[in-house]
Design a binder for this molecule. Structure first.
Ligand code: GRF
Length: 208
């Protein structure tokens, strides 16, 4: 399956996915909206095709998304992976990749969409934080949930402590979600994320 990964920054989730060497996943390109994204340099060093499209060169969101779609579609993607891609997407973009685009968000959605999730979780007194992989719909940080992982929030944790703990989980569940999609066990069916691998293993035994 052809996979295109979109990043904006350091790209540690992208690295986890690349390093997982997922059978059947042909990573066609890593594309960033920030030409100076650290993750691009790493991807290039791995011999991957890298590209960038600076959103600041476009007058509005719609024209950027159109141009990005054109760039992505050159690679005929079966799956588009948003890995720390810090852009709000137009409905057109979301519909175009419906059922074949996933995102990771560092909270247990539907709690705390958007930015500063860890600060919000700490301020709310939550004892658990986590991350969510989901299919992308036009509503920001929403969409059918593919998988989640949870970690404790400990006394005196800073947002950075929680972010680091959650990030380790992100690096586990995101490659697994990509692998499940590529193997065909994960699909979006009638608006629901269905994973036959988990079904077969017995969902009650699994945390993610
Ligand atoms: C991750 O925490 C991800 O969940 C969020 O942005 C961060 C990106 O980190 N959307 P990286 O670029 O993958 O290292």
């Amino acid at each position: 399956m052809n996979v295109v990964i979109l990043i904006s920054g350091r790209g540690s989730n992208m690295q986890a996915i690349v390093n997982a060497k997922i059978a059947g996943a042909d990573i066609k390109a890593v594309i960033s909206n920030r030409p100076d994204a650290a993750g691009l340099k790493w991807a290039k060093e791995q011999g991957l095709t890298v590209d960038s499209l600076n959103h600041q060169d476009f007058p509005d969101r719609a024209s950027f998304d159109q141009a990005l779609m054109k760039k992505i579609d050159v690679y005929r993607p079966d799956l588009v992976v948003l890995a720390g891609f810090m852009r709000i997407l137009t409905p057109e973009f979301c519909h175009h990749y419906e059922g074949r685009m996933m995102n990771i968000h560092p909270s247990l959605l539907p709690s705390f969409p958007g930015l500063h999730t860890h600060e919000q979780a700490i301020a709310a007194g939550c004892k658990i934080a986590g991350c969510t992989v989901h299919f992308v719909t036009e509503e920001l940080d929403h969409g059918p949930i593919i998988s989640q992982a949870a970690v404790p929030i400990l006394p005196y944790d800073t947002a950075e402590d929680v972010a680091n703990r959650v990030l380790r989980c992100e690096h586990q569940i995101y490659p697994q979600a990509v692998a499940d999609f590529v193997s065909g066990s994960l699909q979006l069916i009638q608006g629901q994320s269905i994973n036959m691998r988990k079904h077969a293993q017995g969902q009650e035994q699994l945390l993610n």
